[in-house]
Design a protein around this ligand. Structure first.
Ligand code: BJW
Ligand code: ZN
Length: 250
């Protein structure tokens, strides 16, 4: 079913849900001015200094030119300094306060869900404001922007650190995917918001939820690779659609 607004039937589904899990992607931050990776027009991937995201955010480049990887992340951190949570992020934080079992699984590294007030948050791909030591693996906040030192040094052992994010070809941090899978499998209602659903293993979560019996609702201005399997496609912008679930309640 394709809808362009929250109908009474959809509202009832939302009101009756006891366990809601949500998977978000870059699209939820688009209305905060953060560029998405794909989608919109020619579906070309984001490029910077002539390189695709798949090259820039890759384990290969991290191994051969960590300074360039940090420059790429510094460029994005500078953009994020201006970004604020939008109505979509704020609506999800509000849902959590009203729902007894709520999990927000995000592929985003921009920290905007936390800034909006979401508490039960699984950041599958890490966080752009955190660094991880390449020797002792300890993680620490690295908020200076632009970076004073490239690469930043570990506060514990002094070795070079890298962004604490999951690059292409890398494993997610231990245990996080299992927690996301568990939250997906126990949901009555599963929302997939602002993601092209092409990057794995995140794109498997709506399938896990569906197979475990959840109703799956996609919120996106465009059809995606998983549109065929969802129960409802809510076609439009997250910042406009998500607040409607609360407003309609009166
Ligand atoms: C709006 C909107 C508005 C616009 N409102 N919506 C199985 C099958 C095939 C491949 C693989 C597989 N398993 C693993 C792979 C390889 C790879 C992968 O998935 N590749 C595919 C691309 C083919 N996966 C991995 O490498 C993962 N690692 C892994 O699986 O490890 C296990 C392993 C390792 C080694 C050997 C063996 C096993 C790791 C993936 C990490 C991805 N990292 C990135 C970069 C993070 C750092 C950074 O930010 O630079 O994460 S890639 C990039 O894509 C980023 C995103 O989180 C991710 C997803 O993108 P997302 O969020 O969906 O954004 P977009 O731009 O694609 O979509 C935006 C959407 O919003 C669009 O649909 C718009 O329409 C919509 N939108 N405005 C609502 N206002
Ligand atoms: Zn260290």
């Amino acid at each position: 079913m394709v809808l362009t607004e929250v109908t009474n039937e959809l509202q009832t589904m939302f009101d009756n849900a006891r366990r809601i899990s949500v998977l978000t992607g870059a699209g939820i931050s688009a209305e905060s001015g953060v560029p998405t990776f794909r989608g919109g027009g020619d579906r070309e991937m984001w490029t910077w200094r002539g390189k695709h995201v798949s090259e820039l955010s890759s384990a290969e480049l991290m191994a051969t030119n960590p300074q360039l990887v940090w420059e790429w992340f510094d460029y994005r951190r500078t953009m994020l300094l201006e970004a604020k949570p939008n109505a979509g992020h704020l609506a999800l934080a509000d849902w959590e306060r009203r729902c007894e079992d709520f999990t927000l699984i995000t592929q985003n590294i921009d920290d905007l869900h936390r800034a909006a007030g979401t508490l039960n948050l699984l950041e599958l791909h890490g966080n752009i404001w955190r660094a991880r030591c390449l020797r002792c693996s300890s993680t620490f906040e690295a908020r200076d922007c632009p970076l004073e030192q490239n690469p930043p040094l570990c506060l514990g052992c002094g070795n070079a650190a890298r962004p604490d994010v999951v690059l292409f070809g890398e494993m997610l941090s231990e245990g996080i995917y299992e927690r996301a899978e568990e939250a997906s499998a126990r949901a009555d209602l599963f929302f997939v918001i602002g993601t092209s659903a092409v990057v794995y293993p995140a794109a498997s979560l709506p399938i896990t939820a569906k197979q475990a019996g959840a109703k799956v609702i996609e919120v996106n201005p465009e059809a995606t690779d998983i549109s065929f399997m969802v129960d409802v496609t809510l076609l439009g912008k997250a910042g406009e659609l998500l607040p409607q679930f609360i407003k309609e309640r009166g």
